[in-house]
Design a protein around this ligand. Structure first.
Ligand code: G16
Length: 545
């Protein structure tokens, strides 16, 4: 088989964002665009780092075509063994499981996560390293530098590899294994949680759940784990078939985009006991009780406080980490437990070093991500199983578990307001204006809210000493309220401005107020400082969570 060397020229826009390279499908379909990026990844690895690889994606439009291209480039670059998920599918957490289980050098995940799919939607490429986690910034920066000067890529010609059946192939010295996408992941889950107890709960007929796979990758995983292994009914799974355009939906498990599930859970009569949803590539989760939304920040805190009750975590929690904009609810648990709670920039990659060094074994983000040291990615179904196990153990409703938590630790009222796809220049001007105001804010008061400090967050990694700067504007108040302003690093059009609001109430305080009403004084402060509504041209946020 001949290895072709294709002459190419650089694209200027291949800088990976918060989570890999995300662009519109049309951008990726341009001649050489995908190939340039993949070759740049391979050229940034040492030869010892490119012998074994796993490839899979969330099933979105262009997934199968991209897999064949990447495989041909991997063969031409001398990979010895490439694993591919059956049907081209692998959730992000499953890739992490496979890299770790088979001790692979890395993995390529084809996903734009929660962004919409289809010919007019988005596509994305992420590279994960040998610990199973997202490549660190040092590596993605190296890849970006390479994309600026790339002049050639290597590729073999040949027929497509059939992806729909598990099987083994050999092409030009590369072994190719098409593997079952689900079983390794499902087996690991069985070790972490008490499947017998959850099975009995489903069998009792007194418990029901609804899991919305949003026509994305988790459908087959949910069917195997929830239905086959745990005894949930087939009807428990909504939108369980992966579709290239996610059924024209937006596979983002939040209160706006998972509207059908939210409506089901809000029914006064006969709503399921637990509602859950996951995103495009299966690493995010949303947890709902009957007429009750668990904020991802609270979910992390509840998990930390209760992990010792579940088989995989009986040894307890050694440390927690949360991204900076995530509420400080987990900090209260950590303080009580006498363990450390690390505050990292947004992006799962910042948890990798802490997990590898054994400084933490639980971490989470406000952006619907939670996970533990079982892999190096956030894990949507893992979070659902955690809650299922917790409910089976405590024999309480979701709402009761959270209320009890607030009564013990206090409540961090929390909300995120997203202004999506707004004018980039306007967004940058707002951020620059608030940055300029920072030195004037300390000591200023709005009602009870007295500013204690205001800065642009930077993070020194305690393990490798690397510094990440400009990670979001923080206004910190003496009463433990916080306002955070940052720009999303995952959008593909215009700019998405994220505003985060938080206010702490101790256990003896008001625990049952309406979140948006409670936080309204903080919304007014941001408006006064940078006039988001007027300058974004929106009368309200596009998404409130
Ligand atoms: C990615 C990252 C997360 C991050 C989220 C939102 O998630 O892995 O760590 O919190 O994006 O980032 P941003 O606020 O910059 O849009 P995913 O699920 O999209 O891979």
């Amino acid at each position: 088989m001949t290895i072709n060397t294709i002459t190419t020229s650089p694209f200027p826009d291949q800088k990976p964002g918060t989570s890999g390279l995300r662009k519109q499908v049309k951008v990726f379909q341009a001649p050489h665009y995908l190939a340039n990026f993949i070759q740049s990844i391979f050229d940034s690895l040492t030869s010892a780092e490119k012998t074994t690889l796993v490839i899979g994606g969330d099933g979105r439009y262009y997934n199968r075509e991209a897999i064949q291209v990447i495989l041909r480039i991997a063969i031409a670059n001398g990979y010895k063994h490439v694993y591919i998920g059956q049907h081209g599918l692998l959730s992000t957490p499953a890739v992490s499981v496979i890299i770790r289980k088979y001790k692979l050098n890395g993995g390529i995940i084809l996903s734009a996560s929660h962004n919409p799919g289809g010919p007019d939607g988005d596509f994305g490429v992420k590279y994960n390293v040998s610990n199973g986690g997202p490549a660190p910034e040092t590596f993605t920066n190296k890849v970006f530098e390479h994309t600026k000067t790339i002049a050639r890529y290597l590729i073999v010609e040949g027929d497509d590899i059939p992806l729909d059946d598990a099987g083994e192939y050999e092409i030009a010295g590369t072994r190719i294994t098409v593997i079952d996408s689900v079983s390794d992941y499902a087996d690991l889950m069985e070790h972490l949680f008490d499947f017998d107890k959850i099975h009995s709960m489903f069998n009792s007929g007194l418990f029901s759940m609804a899991f919305d796979a949003m026509h994305a990758v988790t459908g087959p995983y949910a069917r195997e784990i929830l239905v086959k292994r745990l005894g949930a009914t087939e009807e428990s799974i909504m939108n369980g078939t992966p579709l290239p355009d996610f059924g024209k939906g937006h596979p983002d498990p939040n209160l706006v985009y998972a509207a059908d599930l939210v409506a089901l859970m809000n029914q006064k009569l006969q709503s399921p006991d637990l509602g859950a949803a996951s995103d495009g590539d299966g690493d995010r989760n949303m947890i709902l009780g009957r007429q009750f939304f668990v904020t991802p920040s609270d979910s992390l805190a509840v998990m930390a406080a209760n992990a010792h009750l579940l088989p995989g975590y009986r040894h307890g929690v050694c440390g927690i980490a949360r991204s900076m904009p995530t509420s400080m609810a987990a900090d209260h648990v950590a303080r009580r437990m006498g363990i450390k709670c690390y505050e990292t920039p947004t992006g799962w990659k910042f948890f990798g070093n802490l997990l590898d060094a054994g400084l933490i074994n639980l971490c989470g983000e406000e952006s619907f991500g939670t996970g533990s040291d079982h892999i190096r990615e956030k894990d949507g179904l893992w979070a659902v199983l955690f809650w299922l196990n917790l409910i089976a153990e405590k024999k309480q409703s979701v709402a009761n578990i959270v209320h009890q938590h607030w009564q013990g630790f206090g409540r961090n009222y929390y909300s995120r307001h997203d202004y999506e796809n707004i004018d980039m220049t306007a967004a940058q001007a707002m951020l620059s204006d608030i940055q300029t105001l920072l030195p004037t804010l300390s000591g200023r008061a709005w009602g009870d809210n007295l500013v204690m400090a205001a800065d642009n967050f930077s993070y020194r990694d305690p393990v490798d000493g690397s510094l990440s700067e400009n990670q979001g504007i923080r206004i910190l108040f003496e009463n433990e309220s916080r306002i955070i302003v940052r720009m999303s690093g995952t959008g593909t059009q215009g700019a998405t401005l994220r505003l985060y609001f938080e206010q702490y109430q101790p256990p003896a305080g008001q625990l049952d107020a309406d979140t948006q009403t409670w936080l309204a004084p903080l919304f007014a402060i941001v408006e006064e400082l940078i006039q988001v509504k007027q300058r974004s041209g929106r009368s309200a946020p596009d998404v409130i969570t």
